[in-house]
Design a protein around this ligand. Structure first.
Ligand SMILES: [Zn+2]
Length: 221
C-alpha cells in the first residue's frame, strides 16, 4: 500500500542546495519545525519556474508534498524576500547557517517570524545587530536564552553585569564584574524589540556582543 500524500505550505529560509542527478536538488531549509530537507525535482532546468525562488538565505513560501515515508517534495516555490548576498553578508550567512543547522526538531516559528521582518532591514548598516537578534531567537527556540530583565539569582532589577553562562543579568550581590551602564541598557532592550535594541546599542558594543553570543552558542549547542 502506498503511503498517504498530503500537501502543505511552509514559509522557510533556504540554507543550502545540493545538486543530485541531472536536474534536481536537495534543499536544506529552516522551517517552523526546525531544519528540513526537501527534494526539489527539475529545479536546475533552465525552464524551471521554481529555480529563481530558491536563492540562499531568501525567505520563501513553499508548497510541498509530504508523506510519512518519503522526503518532502517541492511542488512550487514563491520568493517572498530575497537575501542580498553582497560580500559583507558572507559572515552573516555563514554564522546564521552554522547555528540554524543545530535546530533539529525544534520549534523555530519565532526565528522565521523575526527573519521575515528583519530581512527587509538588511544592508542598512545594522546587520550585526540583526544577526545578534536572530541568534538570540535561536537561543529562545532552544530554551537557552538569558534572563534579560533582572538578576538571574535574586530577581533584583539593579543589575551591574551580564554573563551568558550564568544565565543573564547579575546584581552587585552576585557578581564581581561591571558592565558599562549603556551596554546593560542595550542588552535589556533585546527583550523589548529590535527597533529599541537598534537604537540603544552602539556599533562598538554590537561587535563585542556578537562575539560573546557566538562564543556562548559554540560552547552550549
Ligand atoms: Zn542578585
Amino acid at each position: 500500500m502506498q503511503s498517504k500524500l498530503k500537501e502543505a505550505n511552509l514559509n522557510v529560509i533556504i540554507l543550502d542546495k545540493k545538486p543530485i542527478r541531472d536536474y534536481d536538488e536537495i534543499i536544506t531549509c529552516l522551517t517552523d519545525e526546525g531544519i528540513k530537507k526537501i527534494f526539489a525535482p527539475g529545479v536546475r532546468k533552465a525552464t524551471s519556474k521554481n529555480r529563481n525562488a530558491l536563492s540562499l538565505m531568501s525567505y520563501v513560501s513553499l508548497e510541498v508534498i509530504t508523506s510519512k515515508k518519503l522526503l518532502l517534495r517541492l511542488k512550487r516555490a514563491e520568493l517572498i524576500d530575497i537575501f542580498d548576498p553582497r560580500w559583507n553578508m558572507i559572515y552573516f550567512q555563514q554564522t546564521f547557517t552554522h547555528f540554524a543547522y543545530k535546530l533539529i526538531d525544534t520549534n523555530c516559528k519565532n526565528i522565521i517570524d523575526q527573519y521575515s521582518i528583519l530581512i527587509k532591514e538588511m544592508n542598512q548598516n545594522k546587520d550585526t545587530k540583526i544577526l545578534i537578534y536572530l541568534l538570540l531567537e535561536m537561543l529562545v527556540s532552544l530554551g537557552l536564552n538569558p534572563r534579560l530583565d533582572s538578576c538571574v539569582e535574586c530577581k533584583n532589577n539593579k543589575v551591574i553585569d551580564f554573563n551568558f553562562h550564568k544565565g543573564g543579568f547579575l546584581c552587585k550581590e552576585h557578581t564581581e564584574h561591571n558592565f558599562p551602564k549603556e551596554d546593560l541598557l542595550a542588552i535589556y532592550t533585546l527583550s523589548k524589540s529590535f527597533a529599541e535594541f537598534e537604537e540603544k546599542c552602539s556599533f562598538k558594543f554590537a561587535n563585542f556582543f556578537l562575539k560573546l553570543i557566538i562564543q556562548y552558542m559554540s560552547e552550549v549547542i
